[in-house]
Design a protein around this ligand. Structure first.
Ligand code: EPS
Length: 356
């Protein structure tokens, strides 16, 4: 199950091609709406105010409402680009942005909204994952969901999945939402940005997915999550907290009824254990800022950079559904690989039940 995307933030359209999807998955343009809206700009005052329709056109791979097994092409036309916002940075490099590395690598770059390096591209990852999520749910009862686990210094005091979709931050602690609104309002007014942490939990993943050395489930999750714009860190399970743990504390002891903890994040030796698969990502603060920063231009001269445009004061907020999507894409790929190799081998004895 391989996904590739194409398109630039300010080009005519963005799209993706999904190869290797099994036939028979029911899918229609309306099925993409909910997840694309969760990720979209312009849904609250706390994110970019660009207003995109994000309407999916299915160009191939679906016949009479079902996938045919052939490559699926999805297209979304860009409808609200304002390229003049970027006319002042054509010759310069935003500090902390991919402008500099794209230009060094290719000798040419599309400065309009960051072109290919824009987070607009992640729309298509979320679209592709709608199909993966549906297939995973139908075949294995898997549910992949995520929440914002930290915003700057703010950490939730409770994790309540019931409230995550009811506030603009994907925040799991309803009592704190008012404080976050205030904080984000003052941050936006200041013109600065802040980082965040997102946690993804995949429930119902059977034991045995992932390959032992090349293609470890955790390695593929890390690569997929790290490929999201602005991600600077990935953790699986206890992640960097493992550094301070003792072995007796970290190991997840086993009983016939199941594991007694989940520091492993549901993955042992690169293979799923049957527990929840848990990953977290760290996102850097948005680099496109209206506050002046020091940089150089293409001639190497000292310049001061100010970015216009409609940017997110915290890209981490909208990264929540994107992280969820990347985990679903990896799980679907690993599921198909596992079926190809091990379809005839069931789980071994003694059998520990899959568990949260
Ligand atoms: C982005 C810059 C902004 C965001 C954009 C990501 O766009 P603009 O170039 O219009 O200022 O709105 O996000 C999206 C359009 C989207 O759909 O996520 C950036 O620099 O990454």
């Amino acid at each position: 199950f391989a996904v590739t995307t194409f398109g630039e933030s300010h080009g005519p359209a963005i799209g993706c091609v999904i190869d290797g999807c099994p036939p028979g998955v029911e899918i229609a343009p309306a099925d993409f709406v909910a997840d694309l809206e969760r990720r979209a700009t312009g849904k609250s005052r706390h994110t970019s105010q660009r207003r995109e329709a994000d309407e999916v056109e299915i160009l191939s791979g679906v016949y009479q409402g079902r996938t045919t097994g052939t490559p699926i092409a999805l297209l979304i036309r860009n409808t609200d680009a304002r390229s003049k916002d970027y006319s002042n940075i054509e010759e310069t490099f935003r500090p902390g942005h991919a402008d500099y590395t794209y230009w060094q690598k290719y000798g040419i770059r599309d400065p309009r909204g960051g072109g290919r390096s824009s987070a607009r591209e992640t729309t298509m990852r979320v679209a592709a994952a709608v199909i993966a999520k549906r297939w995973l749910a139908e075949h294995y009862g898997i549910r992949v969901r995520a929440y914002l686990a930290q915003l700057g210094e703010w950490k939730p005091r409770a994790i309540d999945w019931e409230v995550v979709e009811d506030n603009p931050f994907f925040w799991p602690d309803a009592e704190m939402v008012g404080q976050l609104e205030e904080y984000m309002d003052s941050l936006r007014k200041s013109g600065d940005s802040v980082g965040a942490r997102v946690t993804v939990v995949a429930e119902g993943v059977p034991v045995g997915w992932g390959e032992p050395i090349y293609g470890k489930l955790d390695a593929e999750l890390a690569a997929a999550l790290m490929s999201i714009n602005a991600v600077k860190g990935v953790e699986i399970g206890a992640g960097f907290d493992s550094v301070c743990q003792l072995g007796t504390e970290h190991r997840d002891e086993i009983t016939p009824e199941g594991f007694l903890s989940n520091n492993a994040g549901g993955i042992l030796g690169g293979i799923s254990s049957g527990q929840d698969v848990i990953c977290s990502i760290a996102l850097k603060p948005t680099s496109s800022l209206r506050l002046p920063g020091r940089s150089v231009n293409k001639a190497g001269e000292i310049v001061e950079v100010v970015t216009k445009g409609r940017h997110d004061p915290c890209v981490g907020i909208r990264a929540t559904p994107i992280a969820e999507a990347m985990v679903a894409l990896v799980l679907m790929d690993q599921a198909l690989r596992h079926r190809a190799q091990c379809a005839d081998v069931g789980p071994q004895h003694p059998l520990i039940p899959s568990q949260a």
